[in-house]
Design a protein around this ligand. Structure first.
Ligand code: GUN
Ligand code: ZN
Length: 457
């Protein structure tokens, strides 16, 4: 598989021409047509990794500096890169572990696998595989758990700096209810996180996320440490799990008898707020959902994981009720999730929504996968859509990636239908090219002239 290291083209200029599709707002609130930008022959102009113009090719071509390389993708869709709002890079090796629901799955598989990340070399090797998979699938930003070991965090961010990607990650905090080898203490959680946060938050394009695993594996003292860390670095994120599984919820109630419920444990600890991303939230009550909205926290919807672990059905139409609209992104939740592909994740999100009697349309799914994720991470001023001033993380989607997709796509009569077919039938094969910061970091077919007709102006 070709890998192109992120380098800047000589002039720092580049243009990408094709069918531009992007969302500039939340379609659950504003309606699909009000947020959809659909330009059949469009062009994204980039200077030093930042988008300087977007529009119909005929209108922006005069703004393209002489000598700029124009990558022209005929019959391809140009989108903002996908955002994976919740994933565990350290679980890449346990995708498809048979037969268990959340707590048993953690004990039987996850807590065994994560112990291997005490080894920096192993961590670095898995980080490389993880980044290859993300970029092959068109995911240019991810919010990921690392392991409890600081080396696992260094390995991750070192790889991200090499690739030039905008990523968010953090050391897992867990000081109880797991094997001894995986436990930190409230004090070491503070000390290690503080060093890592200072080292990585804002280095390159990276963000640090304070990462208590979930309420059952942190004492109150450690949750307090997490809140202190966030107060000390308010621009860092907070990343955890909530209300994924009914047994888990009952366990939290027994561990925190004074709390009103699961979410309240985080709330009382001062961990909610903008930049707090809560994975799953499948079983949040109406009151808890209101509290997520009030505190401007966000939820990562992880349908392949929720189905795989039998956790339950996330009610996206409740979460995205325009009267009390939650910020929601899509997450793969590898390794409980079963695919790195955000297109496959949309496919399962659609089916989960169907089971809750809500037909989730393609515009809304692409929004959740791009701008929704960026909003969840609080970086929608930087990524998530193709707009002037944003960072040029761009993907090229191929509606004819397979014989069957080509046959099906030949029959679509609207953009919405095309996007829906891509979400239903697409996967990594549908991602032709991935740009990070305006540079090609992945090309499915290499630099084949059939795919990528370079034009010099
Ligand atoms: N809850 C606590 N830890 C985990 C994890 O690693 N994966 C999932 N899906 N849920 C969790
Ligand atoms: Zn998870």
């Amino acid at each position: 598989m070709p890998f192109y290291s992120a380098s800047t083209s000589a002039s720092g200029n580049r243009a990408i021409r094709g069918h531009i599709v992007t969302m500039t707002g939340d379609p659950f609130v504003m309606g699909d047509n009000d947020v959809l930008v659909d330009i059949a022959d469009g062009c994204v102009v980039i200077h030093d990794g930042i988008i300087t113009a977007v529009g119909p090719y005929d209108q922006v071509k005069d703004q393209i500096p002489t000598g700029t390389q124009i990558d022209h993708y005929r019959d391809h869709i140009i989108s903002s890169g996908f955002v994976d709002s919740h994933v565990h890079y350290v679980q890449t090796g346990i995708i498809g572990a048979f037969g268990a629901q959340l707590i048993d799955w953690l004990n039987e598989y996850t807590f065994v696998a994560e112990q291997r990340f005490s080894d920096k070399e192993y961590s670095a090797a898995v980080a490389k595989i993880f980044f290859d998979e993300l970029l092959r699938n068109g995911t240019t930003t991810a919010l990921t758990f690392c392991a409890v070991y600081p080396d696992s965090v260094d390995a991750f961010f070192e790889e991200s700096v090499r690739r030039g990607t905008r990523m968010a990650a953090g050391k897992v905090l867990m000081d109880r209810n797991a094997p001894e080898a995986l436990l930190d203490t409230a004090q070491s959680a503070y000390d290690d996180s503080r060093v890592l946060m200072d080292r990585w938050h804002g280095r390159g394009r990276n963000l640090y996320a304070v990462t208590p695993r979930f309420a059952p594996t942190s004492t109150q003292a450690e949750l307090d440490v997490a809140a202190t860390l966030r107060r000390e670095m308010p621009s860092a994120l907070m990343h955890t799990h909530v209300s994924e599984n009914l047994g888990e919820i009952a366990w939290v109630r027994s561990l925190f008898p004074k709390s009103k419920g699961y979410l309240d444990v985080y709330d009382q600890s001062g961990l909610l707020g903008p930049g707090a991303v809560l994975a799953h939230g499948v079983h949040l009550t109406a009151q808890e959902r209101m509290r997520v909205v009030e505190t401007q926290s966000a939820v990562a919807h992880c349908p392949t994981s929720n189905l795989f672990l039998g956790s339950g059905l996330f009610h996206v139409h409740q979460a995205k009720n325009p009267k009390h609209n939650m910020t929601v992104g899509l997450g793969t939740d590898i390794g409980a999730g079963t695919s790195f592909s955000i297109l496959s994740t949309m496919n399962e999100a659609y089916k989960v929504a169907q089971l809750t009697q809500y037909p989730l349309d393609a515009i809304k799914m692409f929004y959740l996968a791009t701008l929704g994720g960026a909003q969840a991470l609080g970086i929608d001023d930087k990524i998530g859509s193709l707009e002037v001033g944003k960072e040029a993380d761009v993907i090229v989607l191929d509606p004819s990636a397979t014989d069957l997709l080509a046959f099906r796509s030949a029959q679509v009569t609207s953009l919405e239908e095309q996007l829906f077919v891509l979400a239903t039938m697409g996967d990594d094969r549908s991602v032709a090219v991935t740009y990070v910061g305006g540079e090609i970091v992945y090309s499915r077919d290499g630099n084949s002239p059939e795919l990528k007709l370079k034009e010099e102006r």
